[in-house]
Ligand binder design. Structure first.
Ligand SMILES: [Zn+2]
Ligand SMILES: [Zn+2]
Length: 169
């Protein structure tokens, strides 16, 4: 979505296109990533040094309420900040590694069928759907297996000596 698309979607929702709204929407839209408010503030300041933190945070809130960006917590794996991404991206789930914090995106038909089923079963009109999956990526699974083995060895080495003189397991 280019600058024209952003102007259009703001107008469509009855928002005035202020400079800070345009800057933030463009940053979020172009990055295609999940950026937290502080990072967005730094990036916005590099474009317009007059922007202050309060304005940036308030603008993000407004863009969220206006349905232009999604606010994610990504399982709070890096702390309690929130992340922002464009809503123009299409339905996807976030797959979050609880060890390294890596975030993958899953786009697939099952998300659409989940939506249709929820609508049918509950007679629900879905406005927003957010799917987050937490676990360990393949790299971290290997590291965790090693860590667990190390911990087991360390526990064995410090295990109390039993009355028979043998080390407990
Ligand atoms: Zn990982
Ligand atoms: Zn995403």
């Amino acid at each position: 979505m280019g600058a024209e698309g952003i102007r259009h979607s703001l107008r469509e929702r009855g928002f005035r296109l202020t400079r800070q709204r345009q800057i933030l929407l463009e940053l979020i839209d172009k990055s295609g990533q999940h950026l937290d408010a502080e990072r967005l503030y730094q990036m916005a300041r590099a474009i317009d040094p007059k922007l202050n933190r309060v304005t940036v945070y308030r603008t993000l809130k407004m863009l969220k309420h206006g349905g232009l960006v999604d606010e994610l917590d990504l399982m709070h794996v890096e702390g309690d900040q929130h992340y922002y991404e464009t809503r123009m991206k299409g339905e996807h789930a976030h797959i979050i590694c609880l060890r390294c914090g890596r975030v993958e995106e899953y786009f697939g038909e099952p998300l659409e069928s989940l939506k249709r089923q929820v609508e049918a079963v509950f007679g629900f009109q879905i406005v927003i759907q957010r799917t987050e999956v937490g676990g360990y990526c393949s790299h971290c699974q290997r590291l965790r297996a090693e860590e667990l083995a190390d911990a087991a060895r360390a526990a064995e080495a410090t295990a109390p000596v039993t009355r028979t003189g043998k080390r407990g397991s």
